[in-house]
Design a protein around this ligand. Structure first.
Ligand SMILES: Nc1ncnc2c1ncn2[C@@H]1O[C@H](COP(=O)(O)OP(=O)(O)OP(=O)(O)O)[C@@H](O)[C@H]1O
Length: 359
């Protein structure tokens, strides 16, 4: 029997009732399958409420579900709107462990490829970019790197919940805590080399070189994702996961000159170049200046006359209401104190500030 067949046998089947200590859930359909298990649409039997059930089989090589739980506990504490709430967890003995979480809508990979032009409008790309960056900033606030930023790991909320304008971040299986467990919340020491984690297409240059990743690398992956949304493709789209060397060469190549011009054609060139050059000036220790990146996005909106209320491509009948950066700032003021930021033991270097000033 192949490993995959064995795994499928262990996973729940449509119509099956799965019980936790507190509730029962009927499995209605498969929502997505990944390297570590599968996600199902389920219905809680006593009240017919719909949820997502993420399952991880017992024999999986690397357990990731507990990381999902830890991260989602942290993001719940800071009241970030961009993460699913976890409602329940349990196990089907000898088969799989599961967690029950909020059900969200389509992921941003599926939304783009089902679009006739395989790209989002510029307004949608920039608005989605802002929300995904806010999610990333919130994740970093609670001390984790994502290390697998890609469109399949972001999804919109559901129409039934009137949440189509809200973007959720998914899948924390490859997360890594970048701050130590001590009270001082200092950065962990980088390893001399770090095994590759992520998805080749979106991975940062450092990740492809097996250098320890840090906050800047999540943002670099975010930038490739945003370029893909805006332009409809990345130049290295035909290369496979194993073609890391070639993808790395492409990414190094598009840093300047004509390759950069081509790479950012059909994109807000000035602003995306500024973001890329800013990120390239950061080091492992850097606390990224997220505000600068939001500023570049908002500049790109203004210089392209994007109406802040212009609807999102997947929700064309409603004016866009966010959440926006301003909503986030308000939430931060009301809630968490600035000292909660992990890694405050380090500061942005003078060189980085210089780099920013030049742009
Ligand atoms: N809460 C949810 N509600 C609805 N759909 C979800 C939810 N969580 C995940 N999905 C769907 O299932 C897919 C796989 O989920 P997830 O990325 O968490 O699992 P994974 O096994 O780690 O996948 P991969 O290895 O591909 O990253 C997602 O792309 C998404 O479409």
């Amino acid at each position: 029997m192949s490993v995959e067949t064995e795994q499928n046998d262990r996973l729940p089947h449509t119509g099956e009732i799965i019980a936790s200590k507190r509730c029962q859930y009927e499995v209605s359909k498969l929502l997505g399958k990944g390297g570590f298990g599968a996600v199902f649409h389920v219905i809680r039997t006593h009240d017919k409420m719909e949820f997502a059930m993420k399952c991880e089989t017992y024999d999986v090589k690397k357990q990731v579900l507990s990381m999902d739980c830890k991260v989602l506990r942290g993001t719940f504490q800071i009241r970030s709107p961009h993460f699913c709430s976890v409602l329940d967890r349990g196990k089907a003995v000898d088969r799989f462990r599961f967690l029950i979480m909020k059900l969200v809508g389509k992921n941003l990979w599926d939304l783009r490829i089902n679009h006739p032009s395989m790209r989002f409008s510029l307004g949608t790309s920039l608005k989605a970019a802002e929300q995904c960056l806010m999610a990333l900033e919130d994740l970093h606030r609670v001390g984790y790197l994502h290390r697998d930023i890609k469109p399949g790991n972001f999804a919109t909320g559901r129409e039934a919940a009137n949440e189509q304008q809200l973007i959720y971040m998914l899948d924390f299986g490859l997360c890594r805590k970048f701050v130590g467990d001590q009270q001082d919340k200092d950065l962990r020491m980088p390893r001399a080399t770090a095994p590759f984690r992520g998805t080749t297409r979106y991975a940062s240059i450092a990740a492809l070189k097996q250098i320890e990743q840090s906050r800047k690398d999540d943002i670099e992956a975010w930038l490739y994702m945003v370029v893909e949304w805006t332009k409809g493709h990345l130049p290295w789209r035909k290369l496979k996961g194993a073609d890391k060397e070639e993808v790395l060469r492409w990414k190094e190549d598009v840093r300047s000159g004509e390759p950069l011009e081509d790479f950012l054609s059909e994109c807000p060139k000035r602003e995306f170049t500024a973001i890329m050059q800013y990120l390239d000036g950061l080091s492992y220790q850097s606390i990224p200046d997220y505000s600068y990146v939001y500023y570049c996005l908002s500049h790109a909106c203004k210089s392209n006359n994007i109406d802040p209320a212009e609807p999102l491509d997947w929700d064309p009948s409603k004016p866009y209401k966010g959440p926006t950066k301003a909503d986030r700032d308000k939430r931060m003021e009301e809630g968490a104190k600035p000292n909660d930021t992990p890694g405050t033991g380090t500061t942005v270097t003078g060189e980085e500030k210089e780099n920013k000033k030049k742009k």
